[in-house]
Design a protein around this ligand. Structure first.
Ligand SMILES: Cc1ncc(COP(=O)(O)O)c(C=O)c1O
Length: 378
């Protein structure tokens, strides 16, 4: 047990809610049938999957039949992007996305470039927000897809999704939104935001790892990535991961009823964190407060070497949101897109909170940080 380690890295992943785990265990031990089997065991699993699908759909205001279960957001993104272009040859080969997207989007776009697609990567301003005017100006006759995330995983910055959806809808371009960091933090409504495809993942919302979902409007055509037994209307073959799907549904049900309560708690914790940080050091918050979700705080601290801090203070798990692989230390493409050269240099920290975060966790971080900064100045 990691009792001593204070966990402030919920943007990376979250602890599973016990109520989620309890429901999942039933589908490992009691109702373990294959949902595609034509007998009672199979039917029990199938029913549980459909119940879950309904719970997920209620959270984002779509129809249950518009959802495809995947292994997580990375797979959902790959299916949405590659599956879309393969199935919509006639719609053009130009795609618009943003420089600060998650690597799952950026790497898939790079792959599509090798297949002949032209990608426009929109800039962001110092607050991490795109310009709607630049988006409009980037559209060409052959633009087939706009890909813009809801909330950034490194900074918590919220893009103007409603305005983006309006532009895409007006110009009849399919709009894909990665909502992995938005679900549970904001009310997401695919209808009022004119979103055609959207994804999120169980492990960011106190649900299990290895499960996620792709929403796609009925009218959007996709080619599957994985062929096999025709599960999920042929769009995602492979034996259903019933316990994980049940867990995702339960996590969504809990969010629907408890989101306001946990949002209030996290807002207070965020204020406490900033108050405590102010006592020990100068720092700059990346992006304006009102443009971010309170779950993620990314700060630049003068004279901090965040890699050394993260390595040394192993009792507090935070992140600098830059290393895709802990062996490789690279500057964050997100921070680089927002700040000028010289405004940062490996001196930023991402602190992320959720309903399980306590003041004690925050105190532990600020204490470690104060010790680290003092030892550097000594
Ligand atoms: C914004 C965003 N998109 C996509 C992903 C990938 O999600 P998954 O781990 O479910 O593949 C993540 C997770 O780090 C994320 O934060």
């Amino acid at each position: 047990m990691n009792k001593k380690i204070k966990y402030l890295d919920t943007a990376a992943t979250t602890k599973v809610d016990e109520r989620v785990l309890d429901e999942m265990l039933l589908y490992y031990h009691n109702f373990y049938g294959n949902a595609s089997s034509n007998h009672k065991f199979g039917n029990q699993s199938k029913q549980a999957i459909e119940k879950s699908r309904l719970k997920v759909s209620e959270l984002i205001n779509c129809s249950p039949s518009e959802l495809i279960f995947t292994s997580g957001s990375t797979e959902a993104i790959n299916l949405a992007l590659k599956g879309f272009v393969e199935s919509n040859d006639d719609k053009g080969n130009h795609i618009i996305t943003v420089k600060t997207e998650h690597k799952a989007v950026l790497s898939t776009c790079e792959y599509l470039e090798t297949k002949g697609y032209e990608i426009t990567y929109l800039d962001v301003d110092e607050n991490g927000i795109i310009s709607i005017e630049e988006l409009r100006n980037s559209v060409k006759d052959n633009t087939c897809l706009i890909i813009i995330m809801y909330v950034n995983n490194e900074t918590g910055v919220i893009q103007p999704i409603n305005e983006i959806g309006k532009v895409a809808n007006e110009l009849n371009i399919t709009f894909f939104c990665d909502a992995t960091q938005a679900i549970g933090k904001l009310s997401v409504d695919v209808v009022s935001d004119n979103i055609d495809m959207l994804c999120f993942s169980g492990h960011k919302i106190n649900g299990p790892k290895g499960i996620g979902v792709l929403f796609k409007k009925h009218s959007v055509k996709l080619m599957p990535l994985i062929h096999g037994g025709n599960q999920e209307e042929g769009l995602r073959s492979g034996t259903y991961n019933t316990p994980a799907i049940v867990g995702l549904g339960k996590a969504c049900e809990i969010l629907k009823s408890e989101m306001e309560e946990s949002k209030n708690k996290i807002l207070k914790l965020n204020q406490y964190l900033i108050h405590e940080l102010n006592k020990i050091t100068d720092f700059k918050e990346i992006s304006k407060k009102q443009l971010r979700v309170p779950h993620i705080l990314n700060i630049v601290i003068p004279n901090l070497n965040s890699n050394i801090f993260i390595d040394k203070f192993i009792s507090t798990a935070v992140s600098n949101g830059s290393a895709c692989n802990s062996e490789i230390i690279e500057e964050s493409h997100v921070i680089k897109s927002m700040l000028k050269k010289g405004e940062f240099e490996n001196n930023y920290l991402r602190i992320s909170l959720d309903k399980y975060t306590s003041k004690d966790d925050i105190d532990s971080l600020t204490k470690s940080l104060a010790n680290h900064l003092n030892s550097r100045y000594a």
